[in-house]
Every structure is written in C-alpha cells, then in structure tokens.
Design a protein around this ligand. Structure first.
Ligand code: PLP
Length: 407
C-alpha cells in the first residue's frame, strides 16, 4: 500500500492545468461507449473487500440508490432505484419482464441494434410486442407513435432507446414521452448510454421506468445496472417477472426489507461506482458531465471533418456520446489497419454497425477531455498518412444514404 500515494502523485503531476491527468497511464484510451476509460481513483476504490451483509456495504447500496434517484430529479420520494447485477442488457430484460404484465403488449421503437435487442428480449419473454423499425438511424417521431397507439389499443407500454448507441443518434425522448402520456400508455426508457450526461428529469418528462448501467456516463466499471422507476408503478409489478434473478420487484422488496441485494452483489464495482458518483457531483452533475462530453464531441468532430471525414448524422441528431463516421472511399483505407494504427497511438476506436455503408465510431464519454480529443484527431491524421490515404472523403453512396435523414 505504501506505493499507492506515489503512483497517484505521478499521475497527478502529469496533468496540465484544466485537463485530466492521463487516467489510462500507459493503457490505451477507450473511445468506446462502455466499458470506458475511468479515473484512477475509481480503479483504486476497488482495492478493498466488502462483506455483502455488512452494515457498511448496506449503507453504500443505500447511498448509491439515493444519489441516482436524485440524479433523475426526484425530490418527492415518488421514484425508487433498484440496482441489478449483470450488464445493461440484463437490466433491460429485467425491466421489460417486471413492468410489462404477462397480458401486456409493448410497442418497441427501434433505430439500431439496441432497439432491436429490446424486441428480441420481448420475443424471448414470449410477451406480445409490435415493432417500429426505423432502420439504422432514422429517429422515431411523436406523430407515428401517436398513430401506432391509436391503431392498436392492446399496446400497454412503449420502449425507447434514449441514445441509440449503435449510430450515436439522440432520440427525441421528450416528443415520444408526450405522445405516450397523451394516449395514456406507459413509457420505459433504455437510457443506458445517456443517463448521467443527458437530462432525464422526472419533473420534466413522464416515464414509468428507465434503465442504465454502471459503466457508461457515470464512468464506473462494468458489473451492474439500475432501474429507476415510479414507486407506485413498481408496487403493482409483483408476480410479473419471468425470471427469479431478473425480478426487479423482488430485488426491490428485499432491499426495502433488509437493505441487501438478493444474491451476491458486485461489491468492488459498487465501491468504484460510489467514487464515480463523487467525481460526477464534483464535476457539477448531469449538466457539467453533458457539457464536457458535448465539448469532446465538438472538438473531435471538427477535427475529423477538417481531415475530410463525414459524420453519418446531421448536427441536430449527433449525441454527445458517440459519433459514427463513414469510412473514406479511398481504397487504401482499410478499417482493420486504421484500428491497429490508432491503437498503437493509444486509442481504441469502435467498428461501425451500419448495414448499408462502411463506418466506424468514436466515443466521447469516459474520463477524457478536449485535449485528449485533439490527440485523437492527430492520431487519425497520422494513421491516414501512414496508410497513404490522401482524402478521408466518403463514397457517394454514403452521402446519398445520409441525404435520407430528415433535417
Ligand atoms: C450499452 C447499452 C446497452 C447494454 O449493453 P450491455 O453490453 O449489455 O451492457 C443497452 N442499450 C444501450 C442503448 C446501450 O448503449
């Protein structure tokens, strides 16, 4: 242990004013939407073992839940937070299985892989659903949700991805929430890659439950997710769940009774998450976290555009979370080589998920600031030069594809 403070000092002194110390300390930065690059103090918070039954750990769980409910803007005690073991998808499944009654029906709004995963989850659950699939990145809009709800009175719930991480589009959640509430239906939100950086305030927007996870905008390490739900709604969910371990109601009831998770909690991950929440508050909460990510995006996108790269999305739909770029048309550009060259310069980027044209993605989230994003752009420029690519301009087909996107 005596060496830990020295290591910390070395990392801190590497910082320039107003920038983060190099949190990765020789590891590549993860320009991926989670797991992502975390602060050194978040990693250090895991250097201690906790007993899951112990009062100290129960207090940690309570603090985590209280802080998350506060981040959602609830000051009246109307909402509760229920952490669930597992990755984000486990929590989406837990939310759908718990909040949608067995005779309910879900309208799934999809514009990418995560929306389609919600539909696939419904298929596994064996519960009724209908899908509006907008393709790779077109946003679902209020009027079409309105029409779909009018057309099918059996629909009880709607699920929407807040930020569809596969393209990086920020979906119009307020517009959808209004349409759903106006028709008296219930809204479930997958805010996995948005919560903590983009407002999802229960006093401004009506929803029954939302889900997010430890390793996205709060900048913790992977291992659990959490559901934030209207308490009166959750109270009516007893017996809905299809799965013992994914029963949000049972997890909540147990926590109310004993302050404990039902089964082994990821204790170290929880400890790291509390440190991540401390850093989140210290930075200035949701607004400041979102502003840093937006600045990261702006610096990175401007630099990449100056190199000739083009974004899939028009500015209006660009989230501050992750940005999709078209691969250049130049045949000397090979993504696998670009990836390795970026990695050699200290940056792990992310392959694209579009079905029509080739693309790649660069994340803006994690313990990184604009100075690091400038280094990302420099690394991209150097990688292009090494590959002999003189123009990063995309093929005409990519621009035709983008022209389909509404202003
Ligand atoms: C990350 C993410 C998930 C969950 O993914 P896991 O790999 O299971 O953690 C779900 N939805 C969205 C929108 C995401 O960004």
């Amino acid at each position: 242990m005596s060496h830990a403070p020295a290591a910390k000092t070395a990392a801190t002194t590497a910082a320039t004013p107003n920038s983060f110390p190099d949190p990765a300390m020789g590891e590549p930065f993860l320009l991926t939407p989670g797991p992502l690059t975390t602060a050194l103090s978040v990693k250090e918070a895991m250097l201690r073992d906790w007993g899951s039954w112990d009062g100290d750990f129960r207090a940690m769980t309570k603090s985590l839940c209280d802080q998350l409910v506060a981040l959602a803007g609830d000051t009246q005690g109307d909402y509760v937070c229920v952490p669930m073991q597992g990755s984000g998808s486990y929590c989406v499944e837990a939310m759908l299985g718990t909040f949608v009654p067995r005779d309910g029906k879900v309208l799934v709004l999809a514009n990418g892989a995560y929306g389609l995963r919600a539909a696939e989850t419904m298929r596994y659950l064996g519960r009724a659903y209908t899908l509006i699939d907008k393709g790779d990145y077109m946003p679902p809009r209020g009027p079409e949700v309105d029409a779909a709800l009018d057309a099918d009175p059996a629909i009880t719930h709607v699920i929407l991805c807040h930020c569809e991480t596969s393209s990086g589009i920020l979906n119009p959640v307020a517009e959808i929430a209004e349409a759903v509430a106006a028709k008296g239906r219930k809204l479930l939100i997958d805010s996995m890659s948005a919560f903590g950086a983009i407002d999802l305030d229960v006093t401004k927007l009506r929803y029954e439950a939302m889900v997010s996870s430890a390793n996205k905008c709060i900048e913790g390490v992977p291992g659990f997710g959490f559901v934030i739900a209207r308490k009166s709604e959750l109270e009516g969910c007893r017996g809905n769940a299809h799965s013992l371990s994914l029963d949000v109601y049972a997890q909540w009831a147990n926590m109310v009774k004993s302050g404990q998770w039902r089964y082994t909690p990821p204790t170290h991950v929880v400890a790291a998450f509390l440190e991540a929440l401390r850093l989140h508050a210290e930075e200035g909460g949701v607004a400041a976290r979102g502003a840093r990510y937006a600045h990261n995006r702006d610096v990175m996108v401007a630099g990449m555009r100056a190199l000739g790269f083009e974004t899939l999305l028009k500015d209006r739909w660009l989230s501050p979370i992750i940005v999709t770029f078209f691969c250049p048309a130049d045949p000397r550009f090979v993504f696998a080589q670009f990836y390795e060259r970026m990695k050699a310069k200290g940056f792990i980027i992310y392959p694209g998920k579009l079905t029509v044209v080739e693309s790649f993605r660069i994340g803006c989230i994690g313990r990184m600031d604009a100075a690091i994003m400038e280094r990302v752009v420099k690394a991209a420029a150097e990688s292009l030069t090494e590959m002999g690519v003189t123009s990063a301009a995309p093929p005409a087909a990519a621009l035709e594809e983008r022209a389909k996107l509404a202003a």
